[in-house]
Design a protein around this ligand. Structure first.
Ligand SMILES: Nc1ncnc2c1ncn2[C@@H]1O[C@H](COP(=O)(O)OP(=O)(O)O)[C@@H](O)[C@H]1O
Ligand SMILES: [Mg+2]
Length: 216
């Protein structure tokens, strides 16, 4: 049974300046949701709140599975992940950067190897596996970030402007990976400034405008 997310009347202000003014939506159909909106409209804020990194000032964020609202504990947090527009990598190889999330979960060495190889293939970074991650281009770094998120098999994945600082070739690879994630049953909620990209990828188009979340 898949995981769904419901937000109800979510408000958030910074320095008494309201950014989100009552956002309500049910992400309950799976697939790919694209969030658009002007710079500063609150897209990243909304993703941080949805992924439970920040709390709203008011309103409810609930994750639901099989009709039950889930406890916001570590087991739920392990099912969701957020990839930021600027991915931070560790001072180590691409392979070890991607393997890290499995290593800390105590996954056996052989399984780690298999899963890392599989994911690196998906994001087309197999030939870069031994390269020092800090020497990658921004597009490749973004793909490492996506690989690192996917390796832990999330059920819901938030991608904040996954192709914002990425050239056309890297954008194409990332755009190909996103439907592949969907076919693996992952719900994807992404933000983008590229209307054509949103139309290409999204099952549901949403806009953050005047602090509200509306259908696009
Ligand atoms: N931690 C923060 N402290 C102060 N202001 C913030 C913080 N996070 C976001 N903001 C402000 O909230 C508004 C919305 O930001 P953001 O969610 O990043 O917008 P978007 O992602 O749509 O460009 C902006 O005016 C931004 O400056
Ligand atoms: Mg943003």
């Amino acid at each position: 049974m898949s995981l769904s997310l419901k937000i109800e009347n979510v408000w958030k202000s910074y320095n008494r300046e309201p950014v989100l003014k009552g956002c309500t939506y049910s992400f309950d159909k799976g697939g790919i949701y694209a969030l658009m909106g002007q710079n500063g409209s609150g897209k990243s804020t909304l993703l941080r709140i949805c992924s439970m990194i920040e709390k709203p000032d008011k309103g409810i964020v609930s994750y639901i599975s099989a009709g039950n609202v889930l406890e916001q504990d570590i087991s739920l947090k392990r099912k969701i992940t957020l990839v930021l527009p600027t991915v931070g990598v560790f001072n180590d190889s691409v392979y070890r950067n991607v393997a890290y999330g499995l290593k800390i979960r105590g996954i056996p060495y052989k399984e780690i190897r298999e899963r890392v190889c599989n994911i690196l293939e998906l994001v087309k970074l197999t030939h870069k596996k031994d390269q020092h991650a800090l020497t990658l281009s921004s597009g490749e770094t973004q793909r490492v970030g996506i690989a690192r998120a996917l390796i832990i098999k999330p059920e819901m994945l938030f991608l904040d402007e996954p192709t914002a600082s990425v050239d056309t070739a890297n954008t194409k690879i990332i755009e190909d990976v996103i439907p592949e994630m969907k076919s693996r049953g992952i719900t994807i909620i992404l933000t983008t400034h590229d209307q054509l990209q949103a139309k290409r990828l999204a099952d549901q188009l949403l806009i953050v405008k005047d602090g509200k979340l509306i259908n696009g």
